[in-house]
Design a protein around this ligand. Sequence first.
Ligand SMILES: [Zn+2]
Length: 152
Amino acid sequence: MADDDGQTVGVRDGRRLYDGIDELDRLGGPNGEPTTVTAPCPVCDTAVVVDAVAVVERGDSAFAAAREGRIGADALASIASALGLTMGAFDGVAYLRGRHGLTAHLLGHTCATCGSRLTAVASYGEFQPARWQLWFDGLVVAGDDGEHPSPR
Ligand SMILES: [Zn+2]
C-alpha cells in the first residue's frame, strides 16, 4: 500500500539489537540476546511484536529477492525511503542495502489488530571481522500487488 504520494507507508526504527562476536544461530531464545522488539503498526499504531532473528532466518534477503525478481527495484527504493536506508547496486542488480552496508532482510507480517499486511525489515551481517550486528530497521505496509516478499 502506498499513500497519496505513491510512497511506501512505514515506521522507521533503527534499533541495534546485537553487536558482538556471536553469529545469528546463537542469538535469540531464552538464553540469548533479546532480539524481539515492539514497534507500532504503520496503519493502526497498535504494537506489533517482531522477532528480528526470525526476519533474518525466515525472511528474504533484499539482494536475493531483487536478483531473483521477487521484488522490484521501485518497491525496494520505496522501502529505503520510508526507513532511511539506501539502495546499492551489484552485478547489475539494484537492491536495498541494510544499515551500515549489512544485508537487509524482509519478512511478511500481518498486524493482529487491523489485519494489514506488513513487511518487517532487519539488517544483519559481519560489520567488521568477527564483529556481527543485528538491527531492526522498521515496518512498512506491504504492496497490494504482492511485490513484497511473503513469509515462507
Ligand atoms: Zn495494524
